[in-house]
Design a protein around this ligand. Structure first.
Ligand code: ZN
Length: 137
C-alpha cells in the first residue's frame, strides 16, 4: 500500500514531526509486522529520523545546516537561487525505512520521524509505503 500524505509547511526552514501520521497509516493498514518506507518526492525537502524529546536538537540541526550551506553563495549558478535548499535535501536524504513490530514503528525512545522543509513555506507531500513481512526470529 502506498499512501500520499499532504502537509503545509509554515516556515522557510522547518522540521515537522510526522511520526504520528506514519503510525496512523500503519494502524489503518492493520499491519502487524514489516517495514514502512517514508519518502519525500521533493528536491528541496527531506525525511530524517532524530530526537523528538528536546526541541533544541531540531533548532541546532537547522542552525548547523544553515552554517554549512549559506543561502547566498557567490559561485552558485542555479537560476532559482535556492541551491542551499537542494544541498540540504541531498545531505539529509529523501527517505527513511523503519521496521514495524507488533503494529508499532520500532523507533528508539527519543526518536521521531521528521519532514524537513528547506525552501518553504509550501504545500508539500510525502509517501508512506508499508510492506507486510513475517519475521522468522
Ligand atoms: Zn531550485
Amino acid at each position: 500500500m502506498l499512501q500520499l500524505v499532504k502537509l503545509q509547511t509554515g516556515r522557510h526552514a522547518q522540521m515537522i514531526d510526522i511520526t504520528s501520521k506514519v503510525q496512523d497509516i500503519i494502524t489503518q493498514a492493520k499491519m502487524i509486522e514489516g517495514i514502512a518506507l517514508v519518502y519525500c518526492p521533493h528536491t528541496t525537502a527531506a525525511i530524517t529520523i532524530n530526537e523528538n524529546a528536546d526541541p533544541d536538537v531540531v533548532h541546532d540541526i537547522l542552525l548547523r545546516l544553515d552554517e554549512m550551506y549559506p543561502w547566498n553563495h557567490a559561485g552558485d549558478k542555479h537560476g532559482e537561487g535556492n541551491s542551499a535548499a537542494h544541498l540540504k535535501a541531498s545531505t539529509i536524504g529523501a527517505s527513511e525505512l523503519i521496521p514495524v513490530v507488533a503494529g508499532r514503528l520500532r523507533l528508539g525512545t527519543w526518536q521521531g520521524i521528521y519532514f524537513c522543509e528547506f525552501d518553504g513555506p509550501r504545500s508539500r507531500s510525502f509517501y508512506v509505503k508499508v510492506q507486510q513481512g513475517e519475521s522468522k526470529d
